[in-house]
Design a protein around this ligand. Structure first.
Ligand code: SAM
Length: 558
């Protein structure tokens, strides 16, 4: 029975970093074999729609109070679909809770198939997966699988000759759209026009068994997550390499650190490798993942990992940081831009149905109370398991309130401000995977007003100064919060000039770019130049002094 509880735990617990599969395989708290847990979750996710329907129609959740929606989904999957049925002793209380209803469950399963005009269970499976894609409102093709080629261990050309040799190049992301009923079979490749060494393949492509993936030659990293390192290091080459050391202040699990290392590797002769990047994460657990990822990417000769190091506690004047010229800051955020990670299944859960009102007052009251409890239980389970915990930010978007956003943005601003205080720093990037103005343009606005920014001569890296791929990127900063639905409502606006907004880079979930929500901005200065060259406000001639005193640091988001 531990199989089902393990599966529930893995779906509802916050992530500690890494891919969904690697989290299962590296978890120390699971009793069932990881392969079995992974298979159960993936298979259930293919059937969830029809299983939820069957559970609702049989009223299983009301009749069997020991079951919650997620547990019921997993158990009913094995009862109806798995060859060996539920993996628990016949007398187990939860197995009995399902098998007591086997006649009705089977009957509803048949009805679900007939309703969809399917002659076989296989046909039903295809129909259900299609329904799921359609209902998500976002066709899979707009969320392809992004693959970054790691220049430390390989080259773009090598990968085209090996890993992708059997892939056919397509001209647009839309061409990666799955063909009806054949979503995994097509080997198509889209070469990204914005980020060097980044390609996209159809959503269903699986590289986890390929040697290039296992050796760290290719890294599965969303396109938007590649923007910060590219914005920081730009299109430099052998003739114009990055000068100085780099810091990644909030680095785990290490996507952006290893991307920086990959960009540096491209700017160097092979025998030139030397430590140049300091990366850290305040979380010791996540630092271990960070170290693993750095090593897997072959970045050990370039990167020093400071495990468990709070960036805010780092002394910028320490000797070892005297050559730091660039810093990348990607602090914890609300994660509100995150779309379901493509490797974390989004399960559709059954709801409890409501019984018709009873004529008897007392009984009715008791029933209403139970209904409320049921609704609460159902709601909380839906929330817990339908949110895919991000590898990077573990605050579920739906659970974020305005107060929490304010606290996050206070810490984000402090982190960027701290980065600007490194004596030899000339380039800093700030990024989030949030769509909220308060965590993005508003942080930029308040950072630009701080004493350290003004006295240090910091300004925004203008669009025309950005690396070629980012210059071409059309989605730029916004002045008004676009988020008006759901839990967060805000009438916040920022008072940034058009030029400053053009300097900010945005990504939005649900458009044709195939990305989640993301934000990045670059700060630059010429050492010795203390006059900001980008106007912060349209009407500004001298900015207000000093930073707002941010709230006390209230811990990490995870
Ligand atoms: N940049 C990472 C990547 O691309 O793989 C993702 C970083 S994630 C969004 C934010 C990370 O910042 C978390 O791992 C969190 O533990 C860490 N963090 C938050 N505040 C920090 C601080 N003050 N010092 C160091 N790390 C911090």
């Amino acid at each position: 029975m531990s199989l089902y509880f393990d599966a529930v735990n893995i779906l509802t617990e916050p992530s500690s970093g890494g891919s969904f599969k690697s989290r299962i395989y590296s978890s120390r708290n699971l009793r069932a074999p990881p392969a079995q847990i992974y298979a159960l979750i993936i298979e259930t996710s293919k059937w969830d729609r029809v299983l939820a329907e069957i559970i609702e129609k049989t009223d299983l959740l009301r009749l069997e109070r020991k079951l919650n929606p997620l547990l019921a989904l997993l158990l009913v999957h094995d009862h109806l679909i798995a060859k060996k049925g539920i993996a628990a002793p016949t007398a187990h209380v939860l197995r009995q809770a399902v098998e007591r209803h086997k006649v009705r469950l089977r009957a509803e399963f048949v009805k679900a198939r007939v309703r969809r005009g399917c002659a076989s269970v296989e046909q039903l499976k295809t129909a259900v997966m299609r329904e799921k894609r359609e209902a998500s409102g976002t066709d899979d093709f707009i969320y392809p699988r992004w693959v970054r080629i790691n220049n430390i261990l390989t080259t773009f050309d090598d990968q085209m000759r090996t890993t992708f040799s059997s892939y056919r190049k397509v001209e647009s992301l839309a061409d990666l759209a799955p063909e009806e009923d054949n979503r995994d079979a097509r080997k198509l490749l889209y070469i990204d026009p914005h980020i060097p060494d980044l390609v996209a393949v159809p959503y269903g492509a699986d590289f986890t068994t390929s040697s290039a993936y296992k050796n760290g030659e290719i890294i599965l990293q969303d396109k938007a997550s590649c923007f910060p390192a590219y914005l920081l290091l730009g299109d430099r080459g052998l003739e114009n390499p990055w000068d100085g050391d780099l810091v990644d202040g909030c680095a785990a699990p290490g996507n952006k650190t290893t991307h920086m290392a990959s960009l540096l590797a491209k700017q160097r002769q092979k025998n030139e490798a030397r430590k140049q990047v300091f990366c850290m994460d305040a979380s010791r657990v996540r630092s271990k993942t960070l170290q693993k990822m750095v090593s897997l990417a072959g970045a050990d000769p370039i990167v020093t990992v400071l495990q468990g190091q709070d960036f805010l506690a780092l002394d910028p004047t320490e000797d070892r940081f005297e050559n730091v010229s660039g810093l990348l800051l990607d602090p914890s955020c609300s994660g509100s831009g995150i779309i379901g990670r493509d490797d974390v299944p989004q399960l559709i859960l059954p709801k409890s149905t409501t019984l018709p009102p009873s004529k008897h007052g007392k009984k009715r009251k008791r029933q209403e109370k139970e209904d409320d409890q049921d609704e609460q239980e159902t709601k909380s389970t839906v929330v817990a398991s339908s949110i895919s915990p991000s590898d990077e930010n573990d605050i579920p978007a739906d659970a974020v309130d305005q107060e929490r956003l304010t606290k996050l943005s206070n810490v984000q601003a402090r982190i960027v401000e701290h980065a600007l205080s490194f004596p030899r720093a000339t380039h800093v990037t700030y990024s989030t995977c949030s769509i909220h103005l308060i965590e993005n343009e508003a942080v930029v606005e308040r950072v630009l007003k701080t004493k350290v920014a003004r006295e240090g001569g910091w300004r925004l890296l203008r669009r025309e100064e950005q690396a070629e791929g980012l210059r071409k990127w059309e989605h730029r900063g916004v002045r008004v919060d676009r988020v008006t639905e759901g839990a967060v409502e805000s009438d916040l606006t920022v008072d940034l000039s058009d030029e400053a907004l053009e300097a900010c880079v945005r990504c939005w979930p649900g458009d044709a770019e195939g990305l989640g929500g993301f934000f990045v901005a670059g700060f630059v200065r010429d050492l010795g130049n203390a006059t900001p060259a980008v106007k912060i406000k349209e009407s500004e001639d001298s900015s207000e002094g000093g930073s707002e005193d941010p709230e006390e640091w209230d811990g990490f988001s995870d």
